[in-house]
Design a protein around this ligand. Sequence first.
Ligand code: ATP
Length: 443
Amino acid sequence: MSEQPIDTCMEKIVSLCKRRGFVFQSSEIYGGFNGFWDYGPYGIALKRAVERQWWLYMVEKRNNVVGLDSSIICHPKVWKASGHVDRFGDIMCDCKQCKTRFRVDQMPDPTTCTNCGSKDLTPPREFNLMMKTYVGPVFDEEHIAYLRAETCQPIFLDFHSIRIATRMQLPFGIAQVGKAFRNEITPRMFTFRSREFSQMEMEFFCADEGSMEWFEYWRQERWNFYLNVLKFPVEKLHLHPHDKLAHYAKAAVDIEYEFPFGWGELEGIHHRGTWDMSQHQQFSEQDLQYLDQSNNTRYLPTVVETSVGLDRMVLAILCNAYDEDRAPTQKEGMEDDVRVVLHFPATIAPVQVAFLPLSKKLNQNAQDLQAKFLGRYRTELDVTGNIGKRYRRQDEIGTPYCVTFDFDSLEDNAVTVRERDSMAQERIPIDNLRAYLDEKVLG
Ligand code: ATP
Protein backbone atom coordinates (compact mmCIF):
# COMPACT_ATOMS: atom_id res chain seq x y z
CA MET A 1 0.00 0.00 0.00
CA SER A 2 1.27 3.49 -0.76
CA GLU A 3 2.58 5.31 2.34
CA GLN A 4 0.01 7.75 3.75
CA PRO A 5 -0.37 9.68 6.98
CA ILE A 6 -2.27 7.59 9.53
CA ASP A 7 -5.32 9.80 9.92
CA THR A 8 -5.74 10.33 6.21
CA CYS A 9 -5.56 6.63 5.53
CA MET A 10 -8.06 5.74 8.27
CA GLU A 11 -10.36 8.60 7.25
CA LYS A 12 -10.32 7.38 3.67
CA ILE A 13 -11.21 3.85 4.73
CA VAL A 14 -14.05 5.06 6.96
CA SER A 15 -15.36 7.30 4.21
CA LEU A 16 -15.15 4.53 1.59
CA CYS A 17 -17.00 2.21 3.97
CA LYS A 18 -19.82 4.70 4.25
CA ARG A 19 -19.91 5.73 0.59
CA ARG A 20 -20.02 2.18 -0.69
CA GLY A 21 -22.25 0.81 2.02
CA PHE A 22 -19.82 -1.41 3.90
CA VAL A 23 -20.21 -0.02 7.41
CA PHE A 24 -21.95 3.01 8.83
CA GLN A 25 -22.79 4.42 12.22
CA SER A 26 -25.86 2.93 13.86
CA SER A 27 -28.93 5.20 14.25
CA GLU A 28 -27.36 7.89 12.11
CA ILE A 29 -30.58 9.88 11.65
CA TYR A 30 -30.64 10.31 15.44
CA GLY A 31 -27.09 11.56 15.53
CA GLY A 32 -25.51 8.08 15.79
CA PHE A 33 -24.95 5.86 18.82
CA ASN A 34 -21.34 5.60 19.90
CA GLY A 35 -19.82 2.13 19.73
CA PHE A 36 -22.53 0.57 17.53
CA TRP A 37 -22.22 -0.07 13.80
CA ASP A 38 -24.39 -1.28 10.92
CA TYR A 39 -23.02 -3.34 8.06
CA GLY A 40 -24.54 -2.48 4.69
CA PRO A 41 -24.90 -4.89 1.75
CA TYR A 42 -21.18 -5.14 0.91
CA GLY A 43 -20.15 -5.08 4.56
CA ILE A 44 -22.36 -8.00 5.53
CA ALA A 45 -21.30 -9.96 2.43
CA LEU A 46 -17.67 -9.48 3.47
CA LYS A 47 -18.33 -10.23 7.13
CA ARG A 48 -20.30 -13.41 6.34
CA ALA A 49 -17.59 -14.59 3.94
CA VAL A 50 -14.87 -14.05 6.56
CA GLU A 51 -16.91 -15.86 9.18
CA ARG A 52 -17.48 -18.67 6.67
CA GLN A 53 -13.72 -18.99 6.07
CA TRP A 54 -13.07 -19.12 9.80
CA TRP A 55 -15.73 -21.77 10.33
CA LEU A 56 -14.41 -23.85 7.40
CA TYR A 57 -10.86 -23.62 8.73
CA MET A 58 -11.67 -24.18 12.39
CA VAL A 59 -14.59 -26.62 12.24
CA GLU A 60 -15.49 -28.14 8.90
CA LYS A 61 -11.99 -29.03 7.76
CA ARG A 62 -11.25 -30.86 11.02
CA ASN A 63 -12.70 -33.85 12.72
CA ASN A 64 -11.79 -32.75 16.24
CA VAL A 65 -13.74 -29.46 16.50
CA VAL A 66 -17.54 -29.16 16.66
CA GLY A 67 -19.84 -26.14 16.67
CA LEU A 68 -22.23 -24.42 19.05
CA ASP A 69 -24.69 -21.53 18.84
CA SER A 70 -25.63 -20.66 22.40
CA SER A 71 -27.99 -18.03 23.79
CA ILE A 72 -26.66 -14.53 24.36
CA ILE A 73 -28.22 -14.29 27.81
CA CYS A 74 -27.27 -17.04 30.23
CA HIS A 75 -28.00 -17.64 33.90
CA PRO A 76 -26.57 -14.62 35.80
CA LYS A 77 -24.49 -16.97 38.00
CA VAL A 78 -22.41 -17.82 34.93
CA TRP A 79 -20.90 -14.35 35.00
CA LYS A 80 -20.39 -14.49 38.73
CA ALA A 81 -18.48 -17.76 38.28
CA SER A 82 -16.44 -16.43 35.38
CA GLY A 83 -15.40 -13.40 37.42
CA HIS A 84 -17.00 -10.90 35.04
CA VAL A 85 -19.46 -9.46 37.56
CA ASP A 86 -16.76 -8.79 40.15
CA ARG A 87 -13.66 -8.15 38.13
CA PHE A 88 -14.41 -7.40 34.49
CA GLY A 89 -13.71 -3.71 34.46
CA ASP A 90 -11.47 -0.94 33.40
CA ILE A 91 -10.16 1.91 35.49
CA MET A 92 -11.46 5.22 34.20
CA CYS A 93 -11.24 8.88 35.05
CA ASP A 94 -12.86 12.10 33.82
CA CYS A 95 -11.35 15.46 33.03
CA LYS A 96 -13.21 18.03 35.12
CA GLN A 97 -12.37 20.78 32.61
CA CYS A 98 -13.34 19.34 29.23
CA LYS A 99 -15.45 16.42 30.55
CA THR A 100 -13.62 13.84 28.42
CA ARG A 101 -13.60 10.31 29.83
CA PHE A 102 -10.50 8.11 29.64
CA ARG A 103 -9.41 4.55 30.24
CA VAL A 104 -6.47 5.15 32.54
CA ASP A 105 -4.39 2.34 30.98
CA GLN A 106 -4.68 4.09 27.61
CA MET A 107 -3.47 7.52 28.81
CA PRO A 108 0.15 8.37 27.96
CA ASP A 109 0.29 10.32 31.26
CA PRO A 110 -2.44 9.33 33.75
CA THR A 111 -2.10 12.67 35.57
CA THR A 112 -2.83 14.83 32.52
CA CYS A 113 -5.91 15.09 30.29
CA THR A 114 -4.92 13.88 26.82
CA ASN A 115 -7.54 16.15 25.28
CA CYS A 116 -6.99 19.57 26.92
CA GLY A 117 -3.85 19.11 29.03
CA SER A 118 -5.62 19.86 32.33
CA LYS A 119 -4.39 18.16 35.52
CA ASP A 120 -7.85 18.49 37.10
CA LEU A 121 -8.92 14.85 36.82
CA THR A 122 -11.32 12.80 38.92
CA PRO A 123 -9.65 10.03 40.97
CA PRO A 124 -9.44 6.77 38.98
CA ARG A 125 -12.43 4.51 39.62
CA GLU A 126 -13.44 1.08 38.47
CA PHE A 127 -16.10 0.65 35.84
CA ASN A 128 -17.71 -2.73 35.02
CA LEU A 129 -18.04 -3.50 31.33
CA MET A 130 -20.92 -5.97 31.56
CA MET A 131 -24.14 -4.83 29.88
CA LYS A 132 -27.16 -5.37 32.09
CA THR A 133 -30.75 -6.15 31.27
CA TYR A 134 -33.77 -7.53 33.16
CA VAL A 135 -35.40 -10.85 32.48
CA GLY A 136 -39.03 -11.26 33.52
CA PRO A 137 -41.75 -8.75 34.32
CA VAL A 138 -40.11 -7.09 37.33
CA PHE A 139 -37.24 -4.64 36.89
CA ASP A 140 -35.41 -5.16 40.18
CA GLU A 141 -32.04 -6.48 41.41
CA GLU A 142 -33.30 -10.06 41.48
CA HIS A 143 -34.13 -10.03 37.77
CA ILE A 144 -30.85 -8.62 36.51
CA ALA A 145 -29.23 -10.61 33.72
CA TYR A 146 -26.25 -9.83 31.52
CA LEU A 147 -25.60 -9.78 27.79
CA ARG A 148 -22.61 -12.07 27.34
CA ALA A 149 -19.28 -10.28 27.37
CA GLU A 150 -17.60 -13.14 25.51
CA THR A 151 -18.86 -16.12 23.58
CA CYS A 152 -16.72 -18.72 25.31
CA GLN A 153 -18.50 -19.07 28.67
CA PRO A 154 -21.52 -20.97 27.27
CA ILE A 155 -19.05 -23.37 25.63
CA PHE A 156 -17.82 -24.40 29.09
CA LEU A 157 -21.40 -24.82 30.31
CA ASP A 158 -22.34 -27.04 27.38
CA PHE A 159 -19.12 -29.07 27.31
CA HIS A 160 -20.64 -32.23 28.77
CA SER A 161 -23.91 -32.04 26.78
CA ILE A 162 -21.89 -31.72 23.59
CA ARG A 163 -19.46 -34.45 24.58
CA ILE A 164 -22.28 -36.88 25.33
CA ALA A 165 -24.29 -35.96 22.21
CA THR A 166 -21.35 -36.24 19.83
CA ARG A 167 -19.41 -38.97 21.69
CA MET A 168 -16.31 -36.85 21.30
CA GLN A 169 -13.39 -37.78 23.51
CA LEU A 170 -10.56 -35.55 24.63
CA PRO A 171 -8.82 -33.85 23.02
CA PHE A 172 -11.46 -31.95 21.07
CA GLY A 173 -12.66 -28.39 20.54
CA ILE A 174 -15.95 -26.50 20.51
CA ALA A 175 -16.28 -23.38 18.36
CA GLN A 176 -18.81 -20.60 18.41
CA VAL A 177 -19.42 -17.38 16.50
CA GLY A 178 -21.75 -14.80 17.97
CA LYS A 179 -22.40 -11.42 19.44
CA ALA A 180 -20.67 -10.14 22.55
CA PHE A 181 -21.37 -6.90 24.38
CA ARG A 182 -19.07 -4.70 26.43
CA ASN A 183 -19.89 -1.30 27.80
CA GLU A 184 -16.54 0.06 26.60
CA ILE A 185 -15.65 3.41 28.16
CA THR A 186 -14.02 4.74 25.04
CA PRO A 187 -15.23 3.04 21.87
CA ARG A 188 -12.81 4.16 19.19
CA MET A 189 -10.97 3.55 15.96
CA PHE A 190 -14.06 2.84 13.93
CA THR A 191 -15.13 -0.77 14.62
CA PHE A 192 -11.87 -1.70 16.40
CA ARG A 193 -13.39 -1.12 19.83
CA SER A 194 -17.18 -1.35 19.75
CA ARG A 195 -19.81 -1.96 22.39
CA GLU A 196 -21.55 -4.65 20.37
CA PHE A 197 -19.34 -6.95 18.30
CA SER A 198 -19.03 -10.52 17.11
CA GLN A 199 -16.47 -12.96 18.40
CA MET A 200 -15.22 -16.20 16.87
CA GLU A 201 -13.92 -18.41 19.64
CA MET A 202 -12.75 -22.00 19.95
CA GLU A 203 -12.13 -23.77 23.23
CA PHE A 204 -9.96 -26.85 22.91
CA PHE A 205 -10.39 -29.33 25.77
CA CYS A 206 -7.51 -31.64 26.56
CA ALA A 207 -5.60 -33.34 29.36
CA ASP A 208 -3.14 -31.11 31.17
CA GLU A 209 -0.31 -33.32 30.01
CA GLY A 210 0.42 -32.29 26.44
CA SER A 211 -1.63 -29.08 26.73
CA MET A 212 1.37 -26.85 25.96
CA GLU A 213 1.86 -28.76 22.70
CA TRP A 214 -1.77 -27.98 21.85
CA PHE A 215 -1.17 -24.33 22.72
CA GLU A 216 1.76 -24.24 20.29
CA TYR A 217 -0.29 -26.07 17.68
CA TRP A 218 -3.18 -23.61 17.81
CA ARG A 219 -0.88 -20.60 17.84
CA GLN A 220 0.68 -21.86 14.63
CA GLU A 221 -2.67 -22.74 13.08
CA ARG A 222 -4.07 -19.28 13.78
CA TRP A 223 -0.92 -17.61 12.47
CA ASN A 224 -1.23 -19.66 9.27
CA PHE A 225 -4.85 -18.54 8.87
CA TYR A 226 -3.78 -14.90 8.57
CA LEU A 227 -1.06 -15.72 6.07
CA ASN A 228 -2.72 -18.40 3.96
CA VAL A 229 -6.44 -17.63 4.10
CA LEU A 230 -6.52 -13.85 4.57
CA LYS A 231 -3.22 -13.40 2.69
CA PHE A 232 -1.89 -10.79 5.13
CA PRO A 233 1.75 -9.89 4.53
CA VAL A 234 3.91 -11.32 7.28
CA GLU A 235 5.42 -7.91 8.11
CA LYS A 236 1.95 -6.61 9.09
CA LEU A 237 1.60 -9.27 11.78
CA HIS A 238 3.38 -10.03 14.97
CA LEU A 239 3.07 -12.25 18.00
CA HIS A 240 2.94 -10.52 21.34
CA PRO A 241 3.38 -12.86 24.32
CA HIS A 242 1.60 -11.51 27.44
CA ASP A 243 4.03 -10.05 29.97
CA LYS A 244 1.67 -10.73 32.87
CA LEU A 245 -0.26 -13.96 32.92
CA ALA A 246 -3.52 -14.55 34.76
CA HIS A 247 -2.78 -16.66 37.83
CA TYR A 248 -4.40 -19.75 36.25
CA ALA A 249 -2.81 -19.37 32.80
CA LYS A 250 0.28 -21.20 31.60
CA ALA A 251 0.72 -19.14 28.44
CA ALA A 252 -0.98 -16.41 26.42
CA VAL A 253 -0.08 -14.69 23.19
CA ASP A 254 -1.79 -12.10 21.01
CA ILE A 255 -1.62 -11.91 17.26
CA GLU A 256 -1.36 -8.22 16.41
CA TYR A 257 -1.90 -6.42 13.12
CA GLU A 258 -0.39 -3.11 12.11
CA PHE A 259 -3.44 -0.89 11.58
CA PRO A 260 -2.97 2.63 10.18
CA PHE A 261 -3.27 3.85 13.80
CA GLY A 262 -0.64 1.41 15.10
CA TRP A 263 -0.31 -2.19 16.25
CA GLY A 264 -3.54 -3.60 17.67
CA GLU A 265 -4.63 -6.96 19.05
CA LEU A 266 -6.55 -9.08 16.59
CA GLU A 267 -6.67 -12.38 18.37
CA GLY A 268 -5.67 -13.98 21.65
CA ILE A 269 -4.48 -17.56 22.07
CA HIS A 270 -4.73 -18.50 25.72
CA HIS A 271 -3.84 -21.50 27.82
CA ARG A 272 -6.60 -21.22 30.45
CA GLY A 273 -5.73 -24.28 32.49
CA THR A 274 -8.73 -25.77 34.30
CA TRP A 275 -9.83 -22.37 35.61
CA ASP A 276 -13.15 -21.98 33.77
CA MET A 277 -14.28 -25.55 34.32
CA SER A 278 -13.35 -25.46 38.00
CA GLN A 279 -15.17 -22.15 38.54
CA HIS A 280 -18.33 -23.51 36.94
CA GLN A 281 -17.98 -26.74 38.89
CA GLN A 282 -17.80 -24.76 42.11
CA PHE A 283 -20.65 -22.34 41.36
CA SER A 284 -23.01 -24.90 39.80
CA GLU A 285 -22.18 -27.56 42.39
CA GLN A 286 -22.10 -30.13 39.59
CA ASP A 287 -19.31 -32.58 38.93
CA LEU A 288 -17.80 -31.36 35.65
CA GLN A 289 -14.92 -33.83 35.55
CA TYR A 290 -14.17 -35.90 32.51
CA LEU A 291 -13.77 -39.64 32.73
CA ASP A 292 -10.76 -40.56 30.69
CA GLN A 293 -11.42 -44.11 29.55
CA SER A 294 -7.90 -44.55 28.25
CA ASN A 295 -6.52 -44.67 31.80
CA ASN A 296 -9.70 -44.66 33.88
CA THR A 297 -8.97 -41.35 35.60
CA ARG A 298 -11.27 -38.39 36.26
CA TYR A 299 -10.12 -34.81 35.88
CA LEU A 300 -11.23 -31.36 34.81
CA PRO A 301 -10.20 -30.72 31.22
CA THR A 302 -7.54 -28.14 30.51
CA VAL A 303 -8.53 -25.53 27.94
CA VAL A 304 -6.62 -23.82 25.14
CA GLU A 305 -8.58 -20.96 23.62
CA THR A 306 -8.38 -19.07 20.34
CA SER A 307 -10.42 -15.86 20.46
CA VAL A 308 -10.84 -13.24 17.78
CA GLY A 309 -13.24 -10.38 17.09
CA LEU A 310 -14.91 -10.75 13.70
CA ASP A 311 -15.42 -6.99 13.33
CA ARG A 312 -11.79 -6.34 14.18
CA MET A 313 -10.70 -8.95 11.68
CA VAL A 314 -12.91 -7.35 9.00
CA LEU A 315 -11.41 -3.95 9.83
CA ALA A 316 -7.90 -5.36 9.43
CA ILE A 317 -8.95 -6.91 6.10
CA LEU A 318 -10.28 -3.55 4.90
CA CYS A 319 -7.09 -1.78 5.98
CA ASN A 320 -4.94 -4.43 4.36
CA ALA A 321 -6.95 -4.36 1.12
CA TYR A 322 -7.10 -0.58 0.71
CA ASP A 323 -4.84 0.84 -1.95
CA GLU A 324 -4.54 3.73 -4.35
CA ASP A 325 -2.75 3.28 -7.64
CA ARG A 326 -3.15 4.74 -11.11
CA ALA A 327 -5.37 3.51 -13.91
CA PRO A 328 -6.20 4.71 -17.43
CA THR A 329 -9.01 7.27 -17.54
CA GLN A 330 -11.34 8.71 -20.14
CA LYS A 331 -11.27 12.09 -18.34
CA GLU A 332 -10.42 14.91 -20.72
CA GLY A 333 -6.74 15.78 -20.98
CA MET A 334 -5.69 12.91 -18.69
CA GLU A 335 -4.23 9.54 -19.54
CA ASP A 336 -4.50 8.09 -16.09
CA ASP A 337 -6.01 8.92 -12.73
CA VAL A 338 -5.93 7.73 -9.10
CA ARG A 339 -7.70 4.41 -8.67
CA VAL A 340 -9.01 3.37 -5.25
CA VAL A 341 -8.98 -0.39 -5.03
CA LEU A 342 -9.63 -3.00 -2.37
CA HIS A 343 -7.42 -6.03 -2.98
CA PHE A 344 -9.59 -8.61 -1.19
CA PRO A 345 -8.75 -12.29 -1.74
CA ALA A 346 -11.45 -13.63 -4.10
CA THR A 347 -12.75 -16.05 -1.44
CA ILE A 348 -13.93 -13.20 0.80
CA ALA A 349 -14.70 -10.40 -1.69
CA PRO A 350 -18.28 -9.15 -1.17
CA VAL A 351 -18.85 -9.35 -4.93
CA GLN A 352 -16.73 -12.03 -6.56
CA VAL A 353 -17.89 -11.56 -10.15
CA ALA A 354 -19.65 -8.54 -11.66
CA PHE A 355 -21.49 -8.76 -14.97
CA LEU A 356 -21.33 -5.63 -17.10
CA PRO A 357 -23.28 -5.21 -20.33
CA LEU A 358 -21.38 -2.87 -22.65
CA SER A 359 -24.60 -1.21 -23.78
CA LYS A 360 -28.11 -0.95 -22.39
CA LYS A 361 -29.23 -3.04 -25.34
CA LEU A 362 -27.24 -5.93 -23.87
CA ASN A 363 -28.64 -5.70 -20.32
CA GLN A 364 -30.81 -8.77 -20.75
CA ASN A 365 -27.93 -10.84 -22.18
CA ALA A 366 -25.69 -9.92 -19.25
CA GLN A 367 -28.47 -10.65 -16.80
CA ASP A 368 -29.10 -14.06 -18.40
CA LEU A 369 -25.42 -14.84 -18.10
CA GLN A 370 -25.35 -13.72 -14.46
CA ALA A 371 -28.36 -15.98 -13.75
CA LYS A 372 -26.19 -19.01 -14.53
CA PHE A 373 -23.86 -18.11 -11.65
CA LEU A 374 -26.29 -16.95 -8.96
CA GLY A 375 -25.66 -18.95 -5.80
CA ARG A 376 -22.30 -20.18 -7.10
CA TYR A 377 -20.44 -16.91 -6.57
CA ARG A 378 -21.47 -13.60 -5.03
CA THR A 379 -22.39 -11.65 -8.16
CA GLU A 380 -23.70 -8.28 -9.19
CA LEU A 381 -25.16 -6.89 -12.40
CA ASP A 382 -23.72 -3.42 -12.94
CA VAL A 383 -25.48 -1.48 -15.69
CA THR A 384 -25.05 2.22 -14.86
CA GLY A 385 -22.38 4.59 -16.19
CA ASN A 386 -19.73 4.07 -18.81
CA ILE A 387 -17.62 0.94 -18.59
CA GLY A 388 -14.61 2.80 -17.15
CA LYS A 389 -16.73 4.17 -14.30
CA ARG A 390 -18.16 0.75 -13.64
CA TYR A 391 -14.67 -0.78 -13.42
CA ARG A 392 -13.73 1.94 -10.89
CA ARG A 393 -16.81 1.23 -8.84
CA GLN A 394 -16.08 -2.49 -8.82
CA ASP A 395 -12.44 -1.78 -7.88
CA GLU A 396 -13.66 0.29 -4.93
CA ILE A 397 -15.78 -2.55 -3.61
CA GLY A 398 -12.98 -5.02 -4.31
CA THR A 399 -14.57 -7.17 -7.04
CA PRO A 400 -11.79 -9.41 -8.38
CA TYR A 401 -13.43 -10.26 -11.73
CA CYS A 402 -15.63 -8.23 -14.09
CA VAL A 403 -17.27 -10.02 -17.01
CA THR A 404 -18.20 -7.71 -19.88
CA PHE A 405 -20.81 -8.77 -22.38
CA ASP A 406 -20.33 -6.78 -25.61
CA PHE A 407 -21.75 -6.85 -29.14
CA ASP A 408 -19.07 -9.31 -30.26
CA SER A 409 -20.33 -11.69 -27.57
CA LEU A 410 -23.49 -12.13 -29.65
CA GLU A 411 -21.33 -13.37 -32.51
CA ASP A 412 -18.44 -15.25 -30.89
CA ASN A 413 -20.21 -16.43 -27.71
CA ALA A 414 -17.29 -15.14 -25.64
CA VAL A 415 -16.91 -12.43 -22.97
CA THR A 416 -14.11 -10.21 -21.70
CA VAL A 417 -12.96 -10.98 -18.18
CA ARG A 418 -11.07 -8.17 -16.48
CA GLU A 419 -8.92 -8.92 -13.47
CA ARG A 420 -8.95 -6.28 -10.71
CA ASP A 421 -5.32 -6.24 -9.58
CA SER A 422 -3.51 -6.41 -12.93
CA MET A 423 -6.40 -4.80 -14.87
CA ALA A 424 -5.56 -7.36 -17.57
CA GLN A 425 -8.38 -8.41 -19.86
CA GLU A 426 -8.89 -11.82 -21.39
CA ARG A 427 -11.41 -13.11 -23.89
CA ILE A 428 -13.07 -16.29 -22.57
CA PRO A 429 -15.63 -18.47 -24.40
CA ILE A 430 -18.88 -18.49 -22.40
CA ASP A 431 -18.80 -22.29 -22.42
CA ASN A 432 -15.50 -22.18 -20.49
CA LEU A 433 -16.46 -19.33 -18.17
CA ARG A 434 -17.54 -21.49 -15.25
CA ALA A 435 -14.37 -23.59 -15.26
CA TYR A 436 -12.29 -20.42 -15.62
CA LEU A 437 -14.01 -18.60 -12.74
CA ASP A 438 -14.21 -21.66 -10.49
CA GLU A 439 -10.46 -21.94 -10.53
CA LYS A 440 -9.95 -18.23 -9.85
CA VAL A 441 -12.74 -17.60 -7.35
CA LEU A 442 -13.22 -20.85 -5.49
CA GLY A 443 -9.48 -21.62 -5.45
P1 ATP B 1 -8.65 -5.37 24.39
O1 ATP B 1 -7.37 -5.50 25.18
O2 ATP B 1 -8.46 -4.84 22.99
O3 ATP B 1 -9.77 -4.72 25.15
P2 ATP B 1 -9.24 -7.98 25.25
O4 ATP B 1 -7.86 -8.50 25.58
O5 ATP B 1 -10.16 -7.56 26.34
O6 ATP B 1 -9.15 -6.84 24.14
P3 ATP B 1 -10.46 -10.46 24.72
O7 ATP B 1 -11.36 -10.37 25.90
O8 ATP B 1 -9.32 -11.43 24.76
O9 ATP B 1 -9.94 -9.03 24.33
O10 ATP B 1 -11.35 -10.70 23.43
C1 ATP B 1 -10.91 -11.47 22.34
C2 ATP B 1 -11.01 -10.69 21.05
O11 ATP B 1 -12.29 -10.06 20.92
C3 ATP B 1 -10.00 -9.55 20.93
O12 ATP B 1 -8.76 -10.02 20.49
C4 ATP B 1 -10.66 -8.66 19.89
O13 ATP B 1 -10.40 -9.13 18.56
C5 ATP B 1 -12.14 -8.85 20.19
N1 ATP B 1 -12.65 -7.72 20.98
C6 ATP B 1 -12.55 -7.54 22.31
N2 ATP B 1 -13.14 -6.41 22.69
C7 ATP B 1 -13.64 -5.85 21.56
C8 ATP B 1 -14.37 -4.66 21.28
N3 ATP B 1 -14.74 -3.83 22.26
N4 ATP B 1 -14.72 -4.39 20.00
C9 ATP B 1 -14.37 -5.23 19.00
N5 ATP B 1 -13.69 -6.37 19.20
C10 ATP B 1 -13.32 -6.68 20.45
